[in-house]
Design a protein. Structure first.
Length: 354
């Protein structure tokens, strides 16, 4: 049986999701939504960067795609600066009876305890009305800090603390809006960007900490956030833009689940625009890695390195997209509602050997 799928957006993550859909033998691409008029009418193969036509052309007519009644929409539209609009998109799909796998908004990967009930319930109600399911995931938040640490935890006899980290050089990450507008790189250190406004880090990544706590049966008293920023020591060029010496070029933040005075579960990001910055901060394996550390009996340290044509940042984007597409069949088959990682069975790269 093939599942009929619509790809929603073909940007930084979306064009890789499109490739993944075309690579999966159990999926049939039936539609592509694009936001830019310059992409309307283009073949999916061209939008995916392939050297062949697929026979499916892109459109910006959302209702026409909903009328196709696909089994699932792979939603990878940018949501960091349009959270309410993205949530409304997802609700409209669910009410139409269409299952969704999505890379955003990231707090929906496990909203319980992070969002108030009155923000969660309309999404659940839309899913109930349409008899459809929504699953939000990627690589971070996503499988690098849900399935990966949970699998490792199964080999523990005792767990005292768990830390999940992304340690990356972002100098090749091709997303200027995220780098400069949301993360604030290249800006004055005294000016807080969107990401570092009060409560934003715990909104975005607190869901990671709370999901791990729920899966590991840990009660938390609080989830806290803190961060540190350091300047460029010399002028840098990133994504075609100049990052002046003295402006923000390295960021380290932590979201920590605490019980009493103990730090039990921590999500950490260490992001640099040049590998020589902040040498005292944690260093990656290779140019970038996702790291899981378990303190207990025994101690575990797992470094996951990833590369695509030698570039770790691009590999992370591919991993975000592919994880969503790999789960389409499981999400279609799942109960209706808002799903989390622990609701799904193991999904694999079945059928992907070339």
């Amino acid at each position: 049986m093939k599942y009929r799928v619509v790809q929603w957006s073909t940007g930084n993550v979306g064009h890789y999701a499109l490739r993944s859909i075309l690579a999966r033998p159990e999926l049939e691409l039936v539609g592509v939504w694009v936001s830019g008029p310059e992409k309307v009418g283009k073949d999916a193969g061209e939008l995916a960067g392939l050297d062949r036509e697929i026979g499916v052309t892109a459109t910006n007519d959302a209702q026409a795609l909903l009328d196709l009644r696909p089994d699932c929409i792979v939603y990878t539209a940018m949501a960091d600066d349009r959270l309410l609009e993205a949530v409304e998109d997802l609700k409209s799909f669910l009410r139409a009876g269409i299952n969704v796998v999505s890379s955003s908004p990231v707090f929906l990967q496990f909203p319980y305890g992070t969002l108030p009930d009155d923000a969660i319930e309309p999404i659940v109600e839309a899913a109930r009305e349409g008899g459809a399911s929504l699953w939000v995931n990627g690589i971070d938040p996503g499988w690098a800090n849900d399935w990966l640490p949970l699998l490792l935890s199964s080999g523990a006899q005792r767990i005292d603390a768990l830390v999940c980290s992304e340690i990356m050089d972002y100098s090749t990450y091709d997303n200027p809006k995220v780098l400069f507008d949301i993360m604030g790189f290249g800006g004055a250190l005294e000016e807080l960007p969107l990401l570092l406004q009060p409560g934003v880090l715990t909104l975005a990544w607190g869901s990671v900490v709370r999901q791990l706590a729920a899966a590991l049966d840990v009660e938390l008293d609080a989830v806290t956030q803190d961060f540190e920023r350091l300047p460029a020591t010399e002028e840098l060029t990133v994504c075609g833009r100049t990052v002046a010496a003295g402006t923000a070029a390295a960021l380290r933040f932590q979201i920590t689940g605490r019980r009493g005075d103990r730090s039990l579960i921590t999500l950490e990001h260490v992001t640099r625009l040049h590998p020589d910055l902040a040498p005292e901060w944690p260093q990656p394996a290779g140019k970038g890695c996702y790291r899981v550390e378990i303190k207990g009996s025994p101690d575990y340290l797992l470094d996951l390195q990833l590369y695509a044509d030698g570039d770790h940042a691009e590999a992370g984007v591919i991993g975000t997209a592919a994880r969503l597409v790999s789960a389409v069949a499981a999400v279609v088959q799942a109960r209706s509602g808002l799903l989390t990682a622990t609701d799904l069975p193991l999904t694999t790269g079945r059928g992907l050997f070339s």
